[in-house]
Write a protein that binds this ligand. Structure first.
Ligand code: NAD
Length: 352
């Protein structure tokens, strides 16, 4: 078999390499640096091509494509959301993504993004909290203790200094798993019997449950003044976590309004209900938290620029770490117009 040319090769980051990359860099440092890339891209928000993600809904879940470009690079992520998967031994969310050169259209990176999505979601949540949560926040409730939960906890510790966690999940074994995974990582952890118990005395409430319905993970009476809510699990039409009354008492911050109005908690509100875009807060054009008694809500659904930032970050780590493989992805005939000739010549090669 002939060796593929350099132009045929695209770096590929497998799940194994992603895990090694995260562990080599260290989870906290990875999340902090990744948040820096996400923040940097939010600051140049206006430069990006933006569109709500393209969703294909079915009875049990959704498959989505999330494209964006900064004019130099183009990125997209394929991601699914299937809450029933967990009961069948599969992930609720899996993903992979591509970064490409706008000039040539050639892919520059293909990467697993199941782990990377958990990291980028947590980094974005913690970044938003840096601007919105009460100063000196220490305690956070995490309701829903599945695949995303530990990433959320560690990102909040790294970026906002959270060191007390109150965990609640309808399945106690999920909370026990979360507490076990976070043991020795500098948290004081309490497993709670109810959601109401979990939110007792906390500064930040993270909801990150998976259910394909209008759920009410938080009722109005559970949310006291001055709290920051990081609502992560409601991210699809017909899939929300908060009672509508909470939204009416909160100042709401979103990623990209045209997408969040379809997918976020605010799908429960009128289409013109006022929201603030996170990029405006990050770039200093809008105020984040204004007063101690204010309830701030980050209505997270996950936006394409965050995946773009994550792919950009991973690509920047490859040279120093070598944690990727070379994928023979692009056909590269000696003469660009002789694609068919390349195919014919391959037939003449002796079998390997
Ligand atoms: N906003 C974003 O950017 C973003 C990114 C990734 C995932 N998500 C969403 O986050 C959610 C969680 O994802 P995951 O990968 O951790 O899923 P998961 O299936 O691994 O975990 C979900 C957990 O929620 C628990 N749960 C379900 N209903 C509950 C309830 N009423 N009260 C308390 N706990 C409950 C389940 O028992 C499970 O342990 C999903 O809805 C997913 O779509 C959002």
């Amino acid at each position: 078999m002939t060796q593929p040319s350099r132009l045929a090769i695209v770096p590929f980051v497998s799940v194994d390499h992603m895990m090694k990359l995260v562990l080599t860099i260290g989870v906290e440092r990875f999340l902090t640096e990744l948040a820096g890339y996400i923040e940097e891209d939010f600051r140049r928000w206006e430069l990006f091509d933006k569109t709500p993600r393209i969703a294909s809904h079915s009875h049990d879940g959704v498959i989505e494509l999330m494209p964006t470009s900064d004019g130099k690079m183009y990125g997209f992520k394929y991601v699914n959301g299937h809450p029933k998967n967990m009961r069948e031994g599969r992930q609720t969310v899996t993903a992979f993504g591509v970064l490409a050169d706008v000039g040539s259209g050639y892919p520059m990176l293909l990467s697993e993004m199941t782990i990377l999505t958990a990291l980028r979601t947590a980094a974005t949540s913690a970044l938003a909290a840096k601007y919105l949560a009460p100063k000196g926040s220490q305690a956070m409730a995490i309701i829903g203790n599945g695949a995303q939960s530990e990433f959320q906890a560690i990102a909040f510790k790294a970026l906002t200094g959270i060191d007390r966690l109150r965990l609640y999940d309808i399945d106690r074994s999920a909370s026990e798993k979360c507490a076990r995974n976070l043991a020795g990582k500098g948290f004081d952890i309490t497993i709670c019997q109810t959601g109401q118990d979990a939110v007792e005395g906390v500064d930040i409430i993270t909801t990150v449950t998976a259910d394909k319905q209008y759920a009410t993970i938080l009722t109005d009476n559970m949310v006291g003044s001055g709290v920051h809510i990081n609502a992560v699990g409601g991210d699809c039409p017909g899939k929300t976590e908060l009672h509508r009354d909470i939204l009416l008492r909160s100042d709401i911050f979103v990623e990209f309004p045209p997408q969040t109005r379809i997918e976020g908690e605010i799908q429960q509100l009128d289409a013109d209900h006022p929201v603030t875009e996170l990029w405006q807060v990050i770039s200093g054009q809008a105020q984040g938290r204004k007063a101690p008694e204010q309830i701030t809500l980050f209505d997270s659904v996950g936006f394409a620029t965050e995946d773009f930032s994550a792919l950009r970050y991973v690509r920047d780590q490859l040279k120093a770490t070598g944690l990727y493989e070379e994928l023979d992805l692009l056909a590269d005939p000696d003469e660009p117009r002789d694609l068919f000739g390349m195919l014919l010549r391959a037939g003449l090669q002796p079998a390997a």
